[in-house]
Design a protein around this ligand. Structure first.
Ligand code: PLP
Length: 404
């Protein structure tokens, strides 16, 4: 990656200046370190003849359980399948209160388990499920809700105490989509031990990667047994399936990749935290651009470097910023726009207005971030954002001044 030296008032590339990066900064690049060591482990697995759900999967499960301080961890084929199996096991075949501001799979898992998503707002500061709105949404369902789910979005831990109190009052299980949360900590407790279960993802955009894969963490031995059975079609081994399960097993090769990646997690977390701090320090005081709030003593994985752009203050929309960053050679993504309640797949659900979610979804942008990015690359992104916002008026006039 070549970073050109740009001065702090250089014109943005969108307005004819030189781009900050001559080689594009892709959104994510999985960090796998010594892939030669991983290849050796894969070769051993191939030679062993045990290709799925064997000793490597068990080693991964035990390693993660020890790290999280949670008694049961079950390896599955993806976070989506893990969530499907958990929601099936807790009999969530009815209304399930959940945020709309999350990845679509959070809702898909509910639907596949026979449930119906009922969307609630997130908190403006943290972007995680708002306990008060979740409470009101549950109250409005008059006791028919079957579960509550929440997402540690971008790795920011949810306000777990408040959400647990809400779930307890409604008498429903609380399930976490912890896709981004392997390494996050809420008030000293690792994410993974909250609610009835938490489900991690190991897909390639996450911090710990397996290629594809997921992990279900739970304190509940019966629930863990149900997931182990459910990931294997519901077949305990006698071919007399106890319920309609899935093939949601994890392969040995994926487990080995996850173990290798997990070994790099602590350094990746430290690096990501340092990069996010560097970004905000380098950005300095820019009006109308902030990050999601992290409560004191909480730890985020910083799965993403997320900016919330207030158009009124900054003059630009998140889409304007994305276009201008793109011209600088910096990829970005609008996680999560459109929010789930606005997606075609859920257009059949009863309409509930979620004005805060709509506004936040239109305001977020996650520029490129990966664990082995250099400080100069991070400075280049911060510098680009600052220069782009400084030229907000000109950029808006280039796109015609149309309010989006
Ligand atoms: C990535 C992601 C998922 C899906 O994970 P898979 O392992 O790909 O099934 C679910 N929820 C959130 C919030 C995600 O970001």
């Amino acid at each position: 990656m070549t970073l050109l030296t740009t001065t702090s008032n250089a014109r943005p590339a969108l307005l004819g200046g030189a781009p900050a990066f001559t080689e594009r900064l892709p959104l994510v690049r999985p960090a796998l370190g010594r892939t030669d060591l991983l290849a050796r482990r894969h070769a051993d697995i191939l030679a062993s003849g045990i290709l799925t759900n064997g000793p490597t999967v068990r080693e991964l499960e035990e390693t993660v359980a020890a790290r999280l301080g949670v008694p049961h961890v079950v390896g599955v084929s993806s976070c989506t399948s893990g969530l499907m199996l958990v929601l099936q096991a807790v009999e969530a075949a009815g209304p399930v209160v959940m945020p709309s501001f999350t990845f679509s799979a959070s809702a898909h898992a509910v639907a596949w388990a026979g449930g119906t998503p009922v969307f609630a707002e997130v908190s403006e500061d943290s972007l995680t499920l708002d306990p008060e709105d979740a409470q009101q949404t549950l109250d409005a369902l008059g006791g028919t809700a079957r579960a509550l789910t929440a997402t540690h979005v971008y790795g920011t831990p949810c306000r777990t105490e408040a959400l647990q109190a809400v779930a307890d009052r409604a008498g429903v299980p609380l399930v976490y989509d912890a896709a981004h949360g392997l390494g996050s900590v809420r008030r000293g407790t690792p994410v993974g031990g909250f609610g009835v279960a938490e489900v991690f993802s190991l897909s390639p955009t996450k911090v710990v990667v397996a290629g594809e894969g997921g992990l279900v963490a739970t304190h509940d031995a019966d629930l863990a047994r149900a997931i182990r059975l459910g990931r294997d079609y519901g077949n305990p081994g006698d071919y007399d399936c106890r319920f309609v399960g899935l093939n949601a097993r994890m392969s040995e090769l994926h487990a080995a990749t996850a173990l290798h990646s997990l070994g790099l997690l602590d350094s990746a977390l430290a690096r990501r935290r340092a990069m996010v701090r560097l970004f905000w320090r380098e950005l300095g005081a820019v009006r109308g651009v902030r990050g999601p709030t992290l409560d004191p003593d909480d730890v985020s994985t910083y799965k993403d470097l997320t900016l919330v752009v207030d158009q009124d203050e900054c003059g630009l929309t998140a889409r304007d910023l994305a276009a201008a960053l793109g011209a600088e050679g910096i990829d970005s993504r609008h996680y999560y726009d459109p929010p789930i309640h606005q997606q075609q797949a859920y257009a059949h659900l009863p309409r509930r207005e979620l004005p805060l979610t709509d506004r936040l979804a239109a305001s977020v942008i996650s520029p490129a971030l990966w664990s082995h990015m250099t400080d100069d690359q991070v400075r280049g992104i911060a510098d680009a954002v600052r220069r782009i916002v400084a030229h907000a008026d000109e950029i808006v006039s280039v796109r015609g001044g149309v309010e989006s």
